[in-house]
Design a protein around this ligand. Structure first.
Ligand SMILES: [Zn+2]
Length: 467
């Protein structure tokens, strides 16, 4: 037996003005795919041959240009055409990849794969927890697995689960059934942490349910920054038969819906000035300020300087502060060849200020490859890391590669909403900054027009799941 392994992962933020180019994707072909997707042994142990075709993954950004998506889809499709006799396909996607002119990239990709291979091969898809799954995709796939953690820590486990259920189905000669219930809610993703209630118990129940013919139960939290008819939460169940899948999907959709009013921010929130003031007033420990409106991990541009400007305005120089990952190819390019200590002009909306070069470094990409350069500039006593490309400082190693030791700072600003789990050990206090930008967390300010209605929290209504 033979399985094709492929991946196209992209999360689109419809409010963002930054559109990905080919170079923004970290790609792998052939056996290099297994550097990124650790699934080969799952198949090998079951005597299944694999064909690793192509992998592409990028930091979330604006709507994906059609030509960029098509170039990657074609790489996957040419592998599928070459191995159209495959018995199965493992496809790792995000689930919220909105593509220019065509909408859901996952729907388009799975449709095209089916048009090549027909109905016979099993298709197993792995999705991010923030997938806005298109209902028309479900009848075309046989297995759906999603992450169960936010912040995400179970990517590898999920990819391997999608591989294992596929391998078991192929070896056992059975065809699983997938059912999905779209749950009419679009909660702010940053209020939905799986280590906190009510989600901790709900996710534990999904794990407990995975037995006796139920292979996988997933709650998908959705991604609020895509204005599309499929933008809302959902529940999927992959099971041995339709009766089991229907019953579990309905049950979990009702539980998920009933929990909605308990989703709330678990950390202190405030305006830019409130959070900056609170961070400066705090003594002892390390404070993180998460710039949620300009959250690059949700697709925002990462070029806003609201927090930096507020720190400069109140004269924050007495604390050791790092403002990380401001996108500025101009500053990185303009300082090339300059030495540490040399003075430069840093343009800010309120007017240029003087800065001094501290050091140059590198940027770690979303899929852990080195993707460009950074420069740290001392601006009014604050270390500001400017990056050549959009970036996400989600772990200590991101700072290390930029030449900075995270542990030497008392206040660290990052372009995130919820704090990524790799940073949690270094954080004594987080302030969730309700800043402006493309990833604003207030759904009412997004002006969404194509989303399904009624939709909680925009509408207050009763709802019951049915299939
Ligand atoms: Zn996600």
């Amino acid at each position: 037996m033979k399985v094709i392994v492929a991946s196209f992962q992209y999360e689109a933020c419809g409010m963002s003005s930054t559109f990905p180019g080919t170079g923004d994707f970290e790609c792998a072909e052939g056996r290099d795919v297994y550097r990124k997707l650790d699934v080969e042994d799952v198949f090998r142990e079951n005597g299944i041959e694999t064909v690793p075709v192509f992998y592409a993954n990028a930091l979330p950004g604006g709507i994906c240009p059609l030509a960029i998506y098509e170039s990657f889809a074609e790489k996957i499709l040419s592998g599928v055409r070459e191995h159209a006799d495959a018995d199965g396909i493992l496809l790792v996607c995000h689930g919220s990849s909105e593509i220019e002119k065509i909408g859901s990239g996952e729907l388009d990709l799975v449709s095209k794969i089916r048009s090549v291979v027909g109905d016979r091969p099993l298709i197993s898809v792995a999705f991010d927890l923030h997938a806005n799954i298109h209902p028309r995709l479900i009848p075309m796939v046989d297995i759906v697995c999603g992450y169960k953690t936010a912040p995400h820590t179970d990517q590898r486990e999920t990819h391997r689960a999608a591989a294992k259920i596929l391998a078991d189905a192929l070896c056992g000669g059975h065809r699983p059934v997938v059912r999905m219930v779209k749950v009419p809610m679009l909660p702010a993703g940053d209020t939905m942490l799986t280590a906190e209630e009510p989600l901790r118990s709900l996710i534990a129940k999904t794990r407990a349910a995975e037995q006796n013919g139920i292979f996988r139960v997933n709650l998908f939290f959705s991604h609020m920054w895509v204005d599309a008819p499929n933008t809302c939460a959902s529940v999927t169940v992959t099971a041995a038969d339709a009766r089991l899948a229907d019953a579990a999907a309905t049950d979990f959709a009702n539980r998920f819906w009933q929990a909605r009013k308990q989703f709330r921010f678990r950390v202190e929130t405030g305006s830019v000035s409130e959070c900056v003031r609170a961070a400066l007033a705090r003594t002892g420990g390390r404070v993180f300020l998460t710039d949620s409106g300009d959250n690059t991990t949700a697709g925002a541009e990462g070029d806003r300087t609201d927090i930096l400007q507020e720190l400069l305005r109140v004269g924050a120089g007495r604390k050791k502060i790092c403002v990380s990952g401001i996108t500025s190819p101009e500053i990185v390019e303009g300082t090339r060849g300059l030495r540490a200590g040399e003075e430069i002009e840093v343009p800010l909306p309120a007017g240029a200020v003087k800065g001094k070069i501290v050091r140059r470094g590198k940027i770690l990409g979303w899929a852990k490859d080195v993707i460009g350069e950074s420069v740290t500039v001392d601006v009014g006593g604050i270390d500001v890391i400017f990056t050549e490309k959009r970036s996400a400082f989600i772990a200590k190693e991101n700072f290390e590669l930029a030449g900075e030791d995270l542990e030497t700072y008392e206040i660290v600003a990052v372009k995130q909403g919820y704090l990524f789990s790799e940073l949690a050990p270094y954080c004594d206090k987080q302030y969730f900054v309700m800043s402006d930008g493309s990833s604003c967390v207030d759904i009412r300010r997004l002006g969404l027009k194509r989303i399904p209605r009624p939709l909680w929290p925009l509408d207050d209504f009763e709802w019951q799941a049915k299939i």
